[in-house]
Write a protein that binds this ligand. Structure first.
Ligand code: CMC
Length: 430
């Protein structure tokens, strides 16, 4: 970071203080207020962190006004078009695109960690068959810390690398097993002759009784969906992972915390909610009713898959998603009317003053569910796939944080509005 020539001045209680303004490689400058409390006795108030940079990061950059998303400088559209999820994972973790040999070695390493400790399979039997896969993911990923003690010393860089590889490698196995458990089919062991994504698809849709026929177009589409979800700057679940990690918690526990946060319908759960909404709308003639509901301040309904804290323009991931719907429909020869409903809903919303003024555009979750549904995933698995892919971003961000010499435990303060000190009243006198 650079200390800019500009300074910020703040007057509190008639006294003026000057603060440095820091510049990154792109994006808004930030005012360095680390000394503010010591100088003034005041905190800043920013619920939801709408104006707060919580860390320094060199991983992912978003320009929400322009609709730009870069991973280590590379535009998401180019990565989605030309790259693979393993290559993007390497890029996020290491900072540069790999050579062929580096990619082969990385893929080999990840592939060798795909199996789960056999005893973990017994965990699944403790869940109800109708448990949401995200509930299972939170539990099983958190439980990894009880099985891989040899990679939980976060002060050891070697441990950090091994735990990162384990998390990336085991997530498809964990997610596929959650699905298999819900439908009462046997778990499938990983097949390391397949790609990361191909292996996940086989473990999800294959059965031990016969060969799994891996469809190349489906493998490519799901790999691309993983790329589109790999990282997204300091979003709620990533900030959760960083905050959990700032206390020195082990990476498996931190990623379990991230999964819990991702589950919410305002975050990763929106892909499930978006498809449910589109199915509920059903036909284009019913769209206006839902648009009116979304605009009604007295109705809590929101258009799911629409709007974003950072993007005030079209989410570049949604552009790729929309294109991928067509590719998957063509390859699988499916024609789900829900896609027409989605396209029409987008068109109506983008021409509506409410959505235009508030700069609400389709986000990554608007079209992803349509693709995943065409491939055969039930809606409850959508967020589990998001978690699988985002694990790469979470571990990259966690590693970046742990290696940062300025890293300290995250400890926000508050604006207290509760009762002031008062004496305890015995129960008989209340
Ligand atoms: N439908 C209708 N109105 C909306 C929507 C929507 N989807 N999103 C925002 N608004 C309105 C909101 O009512 C508010 O209006 P007003 O200023 O009159 O009070 C205004 O737009 C700003 O909304 P906000 O809630 O203050 O904005 P935020 O940055 O806090 O929330 C969001 C961002 C993503 C939570 C929100 O847009 C939302 O709930 N969208 C639907 C859920 C969704 O699709 N989430 C996935 C996000 S992308 C994937 C991910 O990051 O996980």
């Amino acid at each position: 970071m650079l200390v800019s020539e500009n300074k910020a001045t703040l007057t509190v209680g008639g006294k003026e203080r000057t603060y440095d303004v820091l510049s990154g490689s792109c994006g808004p400058d930030v005012i360095d207020i680390r000394k503010l409390y010591g100088d003034t006795g005041c905190f800043t108030y920013d619920p939801g962190y709408k104006s707060t940079a919580s860390c320094e990061s060199a991983l992912t950059y978003i320009d929400g006004e322009q609709g730009v998303l870069l991973h280590r400088g590379y535009p998401i559209g180019q990565l989605a078009e030309h790259s693979s999820f393993m290559e993007v994972a390497y890029l996020l973790l290491n900072g540069e695109l790999p050579s062929q040999q580096e990619l082969d070695e990385f893929t080999w390493t990840i592939t060798r960690h795909t199996m789960l400790h056999e005893q973990l399979a017994t965990f699944y039997r403790g869940f109800r068959r109708d448990a949401h896969p995200m509930a299972i993911m939170c539990g099983v990923v958190g439980a990894l810390s009880a099985f891989y003690h040899d990679s939980t010393d976060i002060s050891d860089p070697e441990h950090r690398i091994i735990s990162s590889h384990r998390l990336i490698a085991k997530m498809p196995t964990i997610a596929a097993m959650a699905y298999k458990y819900s439908i009462g089919q046997p778990f499938l062991y990983p097949d390391n002759s397949l790609s990361y994504t191909g292996n996940f698809l086989r473990m999800t849709f294959g059965v031990p009784a016969e060969e799994y026929d891996l469809h190349p177009a489906v493998e490519k589409a799901v790999d691309r969906i993983f790329i589109l979800h790999a990282d997204h700057e300091q979003n709620a679940s990533t900030s959760t992972v960083r905050l959990a990690g700032s206390s020195g918690a082990n990476p498996f526990a931190c990623i379990a915390a991230g999964i819990a946060c991702l589950w919410g319908p305002a975050h990763g759960g929106a892909n499930e909610a978006a498809l449910n909404m589109l199915r509920e709308i059903g036909t284009p003639d019913r769209i206006q009713h839902y648009i009116d509901r979304a605009k009604d301040k007295n109705d809590p309904f929101r258009l799911m898959g629409f709007g974003h804290r950072v993007y005030k323009n079209y989410d570049p991931r949604a552009t790729v998603m929309q294109k991928t719907v067509r590719e998957v429909f063509d390859a699988l020869k499916v024609d789900d009317p829900v896609f027409e409903t989605a396209l029409r809903l987008e068109e109506i919303a983008l021409n509506d003053d409410y959505f235009r003024e508030k700069k609400l555009f389709p986000n990554v979750d608007f079209y992803s569910g349509i693709i995943l549904s065409a491939i055969g995933f039930p809606t409850t698995m959508f967020t589990a796939l998001f978690a699988l892919a985002r694990t790469v971003g979470w571990v990259a961000q966690w590693n970046e944080m742990i290696s940062d010499p300025d890293q300290v435990i995250g400890r926000p303060r508050q604006l207290y509005t509760g009762p002031t000190e008062r004496d305890y009243v015995p129960i008989g006198s209340r």
